[in-house]
Design a protein around this ligand. Sequence first.
Ligand code: HEC
Ligand code: HEC
Ligand code: HEC
Ligand code: HEC
Ligand code: HEC
Ligand code: HEC
Ligand code: HEC
Ligand code: HEC
Ligand code: HEC
Ligand code: HEC
Ligand code: HEC
Ligand code: HEC
Ligand code: HEC
Length: 345
Amino acid sequence: MYRLSQSKLIALVFSFMFLGLNAQDNPHGKDLKIDCNKCHNSGSWKITSENKLFNHSKETGFELEGQHQKLECKRCHQDLSFKGLGSQCVDCHTDVHQMSVGNDCKRCHNSENWFVKNIADIHSENGFLLEGAHVTVSCIDCHKSSNTLVWNRLTGQCISCHNSEYVNTQNPNHVQAGFGTNCIECHAPQSPAWKSDFFHYFFPLTQGHDGLTCVQCHQNKPYNQISSECISCHQADYNSASNPNHKQLGFPTDCTKCHTTQSGWAPAKYDDHDADFFPIYSGNHKGAWNKCTDCHTNSSNFALFSCVDCHEHNDQADLADEHDDVKGYIFQSKACFECHPKGSE
Ligand code: HEC
Ligand code: HEC
Ligand code: HEC
Ligand code: HEC
Ligand code: HEC
Ligand code: HEC
Ligand code: HEC
Ligand code: HEC
Ligand code: HEC
Ligand code: HEC
Ligand code: HEC
Ligand code: HEC
Ligand code: HEC
């Protein structure tokens, strides 16, 4: 049994007296638990928009905001019980999009008006950024439909809208070259056209390879018939390299063992030297030499090397002193290396 608080009871009785009515005149049914005078405060039952006491947003589960605030109660409440109304937008408004974007109207709308300002966000939330060339494309060119408010699902796959461009490419002919149909492998989506900003990820064009024309490397072959091995394009450079003479010295033909794409092929850095032969980028000899030929004094045979050219500066006699008690010491580079294979004690 519902019990009125004292203040509510006084208010109720007072309002009935004021209006000259009794309880049987309540047309809202006994379930309405709000004071009469929260809504009725004059000599008339008419509810005016000046009514400030009844706060719909606070006293019911439905916030009246935007355009809804200006509406008469009965635009929504067909009967005075105030019951039975759904509070989802779609309960009262026709889904003009015919279920193409779902029931959750609030994702895109509020109760001020139906305009949608977050078109860009809507697209990025779907994993398709309206950027680059697509910024200026009109909705209907992508959302082909007889009704501009119905958005049939698209895929964001470039090929689904750009198949004819793909098939008709001439320079290069994508079909012949066997290019994939995932355009963003090679075309940046933010690019304004198919040509510029081409991203050569499969073989970074850095340093000595920067600013070359495509044809310098690709010649007149199909784009996919090209090797990324340095030697395939730089055999002549290898053959003619004289300082040091690569061919004569039998340097490996994997240029990356010593070179980057740095212009002029210098400085070279033979990282494997430390582990394979003798530490020169680490240990005692790090920074102790300038040219390979400081050790490899015979520039046409790197199998030979000298240790004594440097170490006799410390005085040959001193060195002999150091080796006083070392059995088998001789002043000869090959011997030095045999006892000091890492250049340390
Ligand atoms: C939440 C607000 C609210 C409360 C609380 C409320 N009313 Fe009403 N009442 C209305 C509205 C809205 C109307 C319809 C007014 C209109 O048509 O302009 C109305 C209309 C009426 C009418 C006129 C009925 C008709 O057919 O024209 C009576 C009588 C009335 N109310 C009595 C009461 C009584 C008695 C109470 C307290 C028990 C009460 N009301 C509480 C909102 C309220
Ligand atoms: C835009 C539509 C709309 C308008 C206009 C509107 N209401 Fe409501 N009202 C609702 C909805 C929706 C609910 C139901 C909320 C719920 O159940 O969660 C509701 C609930 C109520 C309830 C609570 C009913 C209950 O017992 O749960 C009362 C009372 C009420 N409204 C009174 C009014 C009065 C008085 C006015 C005019 C001043 C008014 N409403 C204007 C939509 C509206
Ligand atoms: C209980 C019913 C009800 C609910 C729920 C409701 N509305 Fe309304 N709304 C109305 C009524 C009635 C109008 C007055 C105009 C009309 O009849 O279409 C209106 C008007 C509007 C308007 C003003 C533009 C116009 O068509 O005149 C907008 C915008 C709007 N509603 C958006 C929303 C959104 C967004 C939601 C959900 C967050 C929502 N409404 C929920 C009943 C409702
Ligand atoms: C994914 C976003 C999205 C969702 C969800 C959405 N709408 Fe829309 N709606 C739009 C866009 C975009 C427009 C066009 C707005 C413009 O022209 O500024 C629009 C326009 C409208 C219009 C105005 C139509 C006209 O003739 O101008 C109404 C009414 C509307 N929507 C109702 C709804 C209702 C009801 C729901 C929920 C069932 C809903 N919308 C859900 C995006 C959405
Ligand atoms: C370049 C093509 C393109 C253009 C231009 C474009 N869209 Fe889209 N739109 C898409 C793709 C792709 C999706 C995401 C796939 C899907 O949800 O169907 C999408 C999704 C949407 C959705 C559904 C979002 C959701 O969450 O349900 C709406 C609504 C929409 N676009 C409205 C528009 C409107 C309005 C315009 C013009 C202002 C527009 N689009 C311009 C391609 C485009
Ligand atoms: C839903 C359809 C749709 C999807 C998906 C789509 N586009 Fe588009 N795109 C268009 C339309 C429509 C145009 C404008 C008309 C035209 O030039 O083809 C356009 C234009 C372009 C242009 C400019 C063409 C020019 O010649 O100026 C580029 C570049 C482009 N899109 C790249 C892409 C890439 C990359 C993807 C994949 C990430 C993609 N598009 C996905 C519809 C789409
Ligand atoms: C393997 C890399 C690769 C892929 C994948 C790729 N392209 Fe290209 N595309 C290129 C290159 C390289 C060019 C020439 C760029 C230049 O000249 O700056 C080009 C140019 C184009 C051109 C302009 C040239 C012409 O003859 O019209 C169009 C249009 C084009 N691509 C469309 C596409 C479409 C559509 C896709 C996806 C379905 C795609 N491409 C996928 C590499 C690719
Ligand atoms: C410095 C030499 C060099 C230059 C300059 C160069 N490329 Fe390449 N390109 C390569 C190499 C090497 C590969 C092969 C990479 C691999 O297979 O690992 C390659 C691969 C490609 C492929 C991929 C073919 C496939 O599907 O396998 C395309 C497309 C391409 N290049 C286009 C271009 C275009 C367009 C330009 C001019 C803007 C260009 N390249 C400039 C060396 C170059
Ligand atoms: C074992 C290490 C090593 C390998 C492997 C190597 N180089 Fe070199 N290269 C060098 C050194 C050391 C220099 C001298 C650079 C310096 O002064 O820093 C050099 C210099 C060059 C020069 C300039 C020589 C001159 O006479 O001006 C060219 C050209 C060159 N290398 C091409 C190549 C090519 C092409 C390959 C692969 C096919 C290759 N190199 C592989 C170590 C190597
Ligand atoms: C598809 C052919 C191609 C491949 C593969 C290639 N290059 Fe090149 N490279 C060129 C062309 C063309 C030039 C510019 C003309 C020239 O200097 O020979 C060049 C220039 C260079 C230069 C600048 C030469 C200078 O004189 O300044 C260096 C260094 C270089 N490449 C190193 C390399 C290395 C290291 C590799 C292997 C990782 C490599 N290249 C693979 C074609 C290629
Ligand atoms: C501090 C002395 C030193 C310097 C500097 C040095 N090397 Fe060596 N290098 C050696 C020694 C010692 C060996 C012999 C190791 C062996 O016989 O096992 C060797 C062996 C080699 C070999 C193998 C020769 C063969 O035919 O067996 C090559 C190639 C080589 N070095 C290249 C270079 C290059 C290129 C540089 C300059 C970037 C360089 N070295 C700088 C000490 C040096
Ligand atoms: C380009 C000159 C140079 C050449 C060639 C050279 N060294 Fe050294 N070596 C040095 C310098 C400089 C040091 C560091 C001197 C110091 O710390 O006292 C050093 C240090 C050493 C040490 C360590 C001394 C200590 O205090 O631990 C040994 C051992 C050594 N070298 C052996 C060799 C051997 C073996 C060779 C020949 C394969 C060689 N060096 C070739 C310049 C050279
Ligand atoms: C038979 C082995 C052997 C030979 C050959 C040899 N060394 Fe040593 N070397 C040693 C030993 C062992 C020590 C440590 C001696 C000690 O601490 O008393 C040493 C010490 C050193 C030192 C460090 C001295 C110091 O300041 O503490 C240097 C530098 C050095 N040798 C360089 C050389 C050079 C250069 C050659 C070739 C001319 C050479 N060694 C030949 C075994 C040898």
